[in-house]
Design a protein around this ligand. Structure first.
Ligand code: 5GP
Length: 236
């Protein structure tokens, strides 16, 4: 497979075309950002850690029957994925109250959420990724009702697989964000799953082991990501 020109540069990943129009290369960079790109830093080893973390999780999800765009690792910080037509919607599931939910509703951080919640956000940095719902998504053509139903079902299926995977490593999967796209018309998991887009707490101490360490200036960001990986069996 031949790497061609850059198609798109996101905040932490760059996407390259290949000689196969159906395949793209994702390059995980060391760049880290938060607050819709307002806080930025380069963290050594982050690209490598997130690339390997994402590959491990995507393979677990694929093995559980969840269609993902992931194909193969290409190098320490690159992988090959299917070229999806992305839907501009972020799906968030929460098992424990934290972050935006606490800010929005004033509920107590750390409260268990039973059943877990499901929220939709529009992928729109300029407007701070506003919260949306199924009706708005249908009206504005961001996703059809059928696509939304599939995304919701898949996002909860991911929860079943990953909640247990992290619990086996003594961690709580507090919440996470997924993005989907279409490949041959099929709703397929895209983007990435890494500690950049989820919250993970140590199950005993509730220490934060995810991107909140960066957002809140707690330090030890990549060390925490590597510890999460080590606990679930990833070797970096
Ligand atoms: P919250 O709504 O609490 O800010 O985010 C909920 C979950 O989704 C968190 O795990 C957070 O990391 C993830 N998330 C939400 N929006 C984004 C985003 O734009 N980028 C990334 N990397 N993660 C996001």
């Amino acid at each position: 497979m031949e790497k061609r020109d850059e198609l798109y540069a996101g905040k932490a990943k760059s996407v390259y075309r290949t000689d196969d129009p159906q395949r793209l290369i994702l390059h995980f960079r060391d760049d880290t950002s938060a607050f819709d790109g307002k806080k930025k830093e380069s963290l050594a080893r982050k690209g490598m850690v997130n690339n390997k973390f994402n590959a491990f999780i995507m393979e677990k999800l694929q093995a559980a029957g969840i269609p993902t765009h992931f194909e193969t690792l290409l190098s320490d910080d690159e992988c090959v994925v299917k070229n999806l037509e992305m839907l501009p919607v972020e799906c968030v599931v929460r098992n424990v109250a934290a972050g935006g939910l606490v800010r929005r509703l004033g509920v107590e951080e750390g409260q268990a959420l039973t059943p877990p919640t499901f929220e939709l956000f529009l992928k729109d940095d300029a407007n701070g990724d506003p919260m949306i719902n199924e009706s708005l998504a249908e009206t504005f053509g961001w996703a059809t009702p059928e696509q939304l139903a599939t995304m919701k079902a898949l996002t909860f299926q991911v929860n079943d697989v990953l909640k247990q995977l992290f619990l086996d490593g003594d961690m709580l999967l507090v919440d996470y964000k997924l993005e989907f796209g279409l490949f041959d018309g099929q709703v397929t998991l895209g983007d990435e799953f890494s500690p950049d887009g989820c919250r993970l707490w140590d199950a005993n101490t509730r220490e934060k082991m995810d991107k909140d360490r960066f957002r809140q200036g707690l330090g030890g960001v990549i060390e925490a990501y590597e510890e999460v990986g080590r606990r679930i069996g990833i070797t970096f």
